[in-house]
Design a protein around this ligand. Structure first.
Ligand code: NI
Length: 188
């Protein structure tokens, strides 16, 4: 089932998400829905707060993209991260152009370490410690930020954020169209 994604300005994106334990109901169903939602929106990562659930669950997945036919190949790599913890940052900091399903139409270069060691549980509660590099390391850091109530634009300079302010306000008020379903927060 495809879940609606919440956009910039929704308060759930600013909360520190809670860890879960084995008693969390229907975890596998949630994880399957998160993958379906992410792939349908052409994303490479999705954190539970983005579907309005303030818990520490992340899905990450990569598929090769064929520009000529505008289609995706088989899933090449996918990781479910429950209660992930970045235990070490490694290497140099590098710029990489990031986007976010909750911040549509904005792509900005963000400086982050090129590698991280991340510890997490998968949906079967097996523990993993991965040395993440390349795109995987980038997406892990972006998604763990979501669990801590941060979005990628928080990493930009004040000047850059000021320049994006109107666009961010437009996203918050639901004025930016998306190909996927977005839920707008209405202040009472
Ligand atoms: Ni994001």
């Amino acid at each position: 089932m495809i879940l609606p994604i919440i956009g910039y300005g929704h308060p759930t994106l600013r909360k520190v998400a809670q860890p879960i334990d084995k008693s969390y109901p229907n975890l596998k169903e949630l994880v399957a829905n998160m993958y379906e939602t992410m792939y349908a929106a052409d994303g490479v990562g999705l954190a539970a707060p983005q579907v309005d659930l303030s818990i520490r669950v992340v899905v990450i997945g990569f598929r090769p993209y064929d520009e000529k036919t505008d289609t995706y190949g088989e899933i090449a790599e996918q990781h479910t991260l429950i209660n992930p913890e970045i235990v070490e940052f490694r290497g140099e900091k590098k710029f990489f152009n990031e986007g976010c399903l909750s911040v549509p139409d904005i792509h900005e270069d963000v400086l982050r370490p090129e590698s991280v060691v991340v510890r997490y549980y998968d949906e079967d509660w097996n523990e993993h410690t991965d040395v993440a590099e390349g795109l995987y390391a980038r997406v892990v850091q972006h998604e763990v930020d979501h669990l801590d109530g941060k979005v990628f634009t928080d990493h930009l300079s004040n000047l850059r954020r000021t320049m994006l302010k109107r666009k961010l306000n437009d996203i918050a008020s639901g004025k930016v169209p998306t190909r996927y379903r977005m839920k707008v927060f209405h202040r009472k």
